[in-house]
Design a protein around this ligand. Structure first.
Ligand code: NCD
Length: 299
């Protein structure tokens, strides 16, 4: 029995659901690496409905589906689909849900994935709704922490960068709080975490210098330029933080540095060769985790 039909917000999942998905993902690692063959999702079709750019999320869903024997159809560019003729999102979803078994949607408007799920006959997975939520990213972030730190609770975790607009942070912070981690927030003044989150989760605003020696995880995000209402505001903060190998010289030996990617200039290439860099492994973990999510909603 599926534990949930749609996956729209990390709030849709209990602690137990999260642990279940992470365990299941671990069982899929060999299939994700192409070392083992599985036909678990044979006959099932996924569609990627992306109204915003994506590399990792779209491709890892596609990889996950295909490595499990399923099929994928991607919507063509918006200009070439009926959306260009003025079709509403509700109608698009109503129709597509008659063709496929699961819809993965990314859209610039907050609340769009929830709205889509209300018009769909098949499971809808939110792959990012504006500055709202990105729950599948959170599951792979937790999986990365589990694999690289050995646990997902009782850790000291710093979230750094654009905490105002990063949907990956908005999802992740809730999950980290659920598992009793100590959360630190590091951001430029104008990109602080919105108040509504601080009412819900326990987190402390600090500087990197204050915590670098004690943290287990440093999760960095890029400035979400496309969410800024005003380009001038973006220019004021652009380039205002940057992690280098030198920045990490005082860190614990087993500190891990994560990033949902794409990075712009917030993590210098000098970090890539350090033992701390885990962002490329993190991108791989998206495959087994999305396999586990797809099995959850499709089987
Ligand atoms: C993130 C996103 O789309 O929110 N990317 C991703 O899914 N890995 C992060 C970002 O775009 O900065």
């Amino acid at each position: 029995m599926a534990r949930f039909m749609h996956l729209i917000s990390i709030d849709d999942l209990s602690k137990d659901d999260i642990v279940h998905i992470l365990k299941r993902a671990e069982e899929f690692e060999d299939v994700a690496r192409g070392l083992k063959v599985s036909k678990l999702l044979e006959g099932k079709i996924l569609t990627n409905l992306f109204f915003e750019p994506s590399t990792r999320t779209r491709m890892s869903f596609e990889t996950a589906m295909k490595r499990l024997g399923g099929d994928v159809i991607n919507m063509t560019a918006q200009e070439a689909s009926s959306i260009a003729k003025g079709e509403s999102l509700a109608d698009t979803i109503r129709v597509i849900s008659k063709y496929v078994d699961v819809i993965v949607i990314r859209h610039p408007l907050e609340g769009s994935a929830r709205f889509a799920s209300e018009h769909s006959e098949v499971p809808v997975i939110n792959a990012g709704d504006g500055a709202g939520q990105h729950p599948t990213q959170t599951l792979l972030d937790l999986y990365t922490i589990m694999k690289e730190c050995g646990r997902i609770e009782g850790l000291k975790i710093a979230l750094m960068g654009d905490l105002k607009y990063s949907r990956t942070v908005h999802s992740l912070i809730k999950a980290l709080n659920l598992f009793d981690n100590e959360i630190y927030l590091i951001s430029p003044e104008s990109l602080r975490l919105p108040e509504e989150f601080l009412e819900e989760v326990k987190a402390k605003e600090v500087t990197l210098d204050e915590v670098i020696e004690e943290i287990d995880v440093l999760y960095v995000t890029r400035i979400q330029r496309e969410r800024f209402p005003d380009e001038e505001e973006y220019r004021k903060v652009a380039g205002s933080y940057r992690i280098t190998a030198e920045t990490l010289s005082k860190a614990k030996e087993n500190l891990i540095v994560m990033h949902p990617l794409p990075r712009v200039d917030e993590i210098d290439a000098s970090v890539d060769k350090t033992r701390h860099a885990k962002y490329f492994d993190q991108a791989f973990y998206g495959v087994p985790v999305r396999m586990a999510i797809l099995c959850e909603v499709l089987l």
